[in-house]
Design a protein around this ligand. Structure first.
Ligand code: 5RP
Length: 269
């Protein structure tokens, strides 16, 4: 791995512990103005001081993120299908590597839809991106996407997806947490971070998921809706940081969340 690529990766996966709290906010590329991400600038501004990396599209970077930000960007570069279209898996590369360089991206992200009708196409997207990323020193995050088929998220399937993504050259992989997650991590030779998925439960549930993922070998989280759809997004991301970087249990983290969300609580950076 070339120095520049390793250096960019180390901006995301912190060198102190090899872990990361990534903030995912790329949902608009297929969901449109997602609940509580209608105005990305407003949603993201208070959260950025607590994020190790921000995952967004180039449209959001240019329009909603201050160019003076010190938060490393993970640029979403695959897309082309929407929630109202025929099939979410039908993705292509929508952003040139040259533009990722111009935006000073620390990594680029591409979804692969293993087992779908578009498996071959999306794996080719990954392969081409790894080739282009290697040329310019930008690491690639492969996202093991399932579209609307959330029931696919079991250890056997996700282990297969993560391993294939790593074999194709992805430098790190984003997947879902599942029972038997250790098996997913054990079969994947590159770091694995977890997505949060739809916000269906409580903050406590999401913190529990993050804690179990870290305990079972995840290198971090790349959560979106469970952070910014919370009524208390800043306490939530700070609680996640405690789990990922400070060895907090989910109980410790929930206690921190509960304390930080009290009205009038000062939230120093
Ligand atoms: C979509 C993505 C999202 O970034 C991902 O789903 C993470 O966000 P959330 O925690 O809301 O699921 O990669 O393909």
């Amino acid at each position: 791995m070339d120095w520049g690529l390793r250096n960019r990766l180390s901006r995301i996966l912190r060198p102190e512990d090899g872990r990361s709290v990534m903030l995912a906010a790329d949902h608009g590329y297929f969901l449109g103005p997602t609940h509580r991400l209608e105005d990305p600038r407003q949603t993201l501004l208070p959260l950025l001081p607590f994020a190790d990396a921000l995952m967004v599209t180039r449209g959001v970077v240019r329009n909603c993120v201050d160019a003076g930000t010190q938060v490393p960007l993970v640029l979403r570069v695959s897309g082309g299908s929407t929630v109202v279209g025929a099939d979410l898996a039908n993705e292509t590369i929508i952003t040139a590597m040259h533009d990722a360089v111009r935006l000073n991206a620390s990594a680029v992200a591409v979804s692969v839809f293993v087992g779908s009708q578009y498996e071959h196409q999306t794996l080719r997207n990954l392969a081409r991106l790894v080739d282009r990323g290697t040329e310019v020193g930008i690491p690639v995050l492969a996202v093991t996407a399932v579209g609307k088929e959330l029931e696919k998220r079991d250890a056997r399937y996700l282990a297969l997806c993560c391993r294939i993504a790593a074999e194709f050259g992805a430098h790190f992989v984003k997947t879902y947490f599942c029972d038997g997650f250790e098996e997913v991590v054990a079969g994947c030779p590159v770091p694995v971070v977890i997505a949060g998925g739809p916000k269906s439960g409580t903050e406590r549930d999401a913190l529990r998921t993050a804690f179990r993922a870290i305990r079972e070998g995840a290198a971090g989280v790349d959560m979106g809706r469970n952070v910014w759809q919370s009524d208390h997004p800043v306490p939530m991301i700070r609680a996640l940081r405690a789990i990922v970087h400070e060895g907090a249990t989910d109980e410790d983290a929930f206690a921190l969340f509960t304390r930080l969300k009290q009205p009038g609580h000062l939230q120093p950076v």
